[in-house]
Design a protein around this ligand. Structure first.
Ligand code: TPP
Length: 287
């Protein structure tokens, strides 16, 4: 059972991160990948603030956990969640995001942000790199885990399934994939186009330990799922399939294809912030 106080702490952080993301989206002149940022917020918050052994102080520790944001278009969500952990300054993200020469690009860049493990953005590469990092750690007898956050649309890439095969063959129990199963791609719903179902069975067929989260925007369910990942010394890799809603928390964004990415006017921002507050109050009452 997840500890109620801890779930509340994480809910508070996810709420703050969603507010910060919406404010940033309103102040930025270009488009922000809001849909997939909002859908993975509970998972990303739990990973950085509860599950993973990471912090700015642990940067040089060879046994800190590794994280790859394979759905690299969600970079700003990761920056904002990491800022709440002390990695970055939120005001600096807002004032420089997406500008030429900024550390905070629309996709994460390890050259500019050395505390990241991998630069991403071209979908389908995170899991193959994760296999390499996990195999290397295993060979060295290290105990940390390698986490790879993917989009469900991203898993249309063949390289994901080659990596899934390799991860199982190499017995990488220290490798954890997480799929943000929001059922939307860039311009369509997954089940109207590529047909990903039966999705969990596909991962099982590749020999992975599958943990399904019925509602990946429910913090309690997310904490319980991430707490149940087997030890890194186990024999097979794990995938968490987190069923989420694209644009979660803002009425006019939820399940809207056009909100794969977009920008907010000042009026939109007010609606978004009051939607978020109402959703947050409801979640707290229901816990
Ligand atoms: C190799 C590659 N092809 C295309 C793109 C353009 N692209 C950016 S986001 C996206 C949709 C991804 O869908 P999904 O993985 O489900 O992400 P989410 O819905 O969670 O944002 C695409 C096709 C890309 N970044 N990389």
């Amino acid at each position: 059972m997840a500890d109620k106080k801890e779930v509340l702490r994480l809910m508070d952080l996810a709420y703050q991160a969603r507010q910060n993301l919406c404010k940033m989206c309103c102040s930025y002149s270009g488009n922000v990948h809001m849909g997939g940022d909002m859908s993975m917020m509970e998972v990303l918050t739990t990973l950085f603030h509860h599950t993973m052994n990471v912090s700015p102080e642990l940067q040089g520790d060879p046994e800190r956990d590794r994280f790859i944001l394979s759905k690299g278009h969600g970079a700003v969500c990761m920056y904002i969640v990491m800022a709440l952990k002390g990695f970055f300054d939120y005001d600096e993200i807002c004032s420089t995001y997406g500008e030429v020469g900024s550390k905070f690009g629309q996709h994460p860049c390890k050259t500019r942000l050395p505390m990241l493990d991998v630069s991403t953005g071209s979908l389908g590469h995170g899991l193959p790199i994760g296999v390499g990092l996990a195999a290397s750690a295993k060979q060295k007898g290290q105990k940390h885990r390698v986490f790879v956050m993917m989009g469900d649309g991203e898993t249309c890439e063949g390289s994901v399934w080659e990596a899934a095969m390799a991860g199982r063959a190499l017995h990488l129990g220290n490798l954890v994939g997480i799929v943000d199963r929001n059922r939307q791609l860039m311009t369509s719903f997954s089940e109207d186009s590529i047909l990903l179902e039966p999705y969990a069975d596909k991962w099982r067929a590749f020999g992975w330990n599958v943990i399904e989260v019925e509602d990946g925007n429910d913090m309690k369910q997310v904490v319980e799922a991430l707490d149940s990942i087997p030890d890194s010394s186990s024999d097979i890799p794990t995938v968490i399939i987190s069923n989420t809603v694209k644009g979660k928390g803002v009425s006019f964004m939820e399940k809207q294809i056009k909100w794969h990415c977009g920008s907010l006017t000042k009026d939109d921002l007010q609606t978004a912030l009051s939607d978020l507050e109402a959703a947050y109050e409801k979640q707290r009452k229901e816990l």
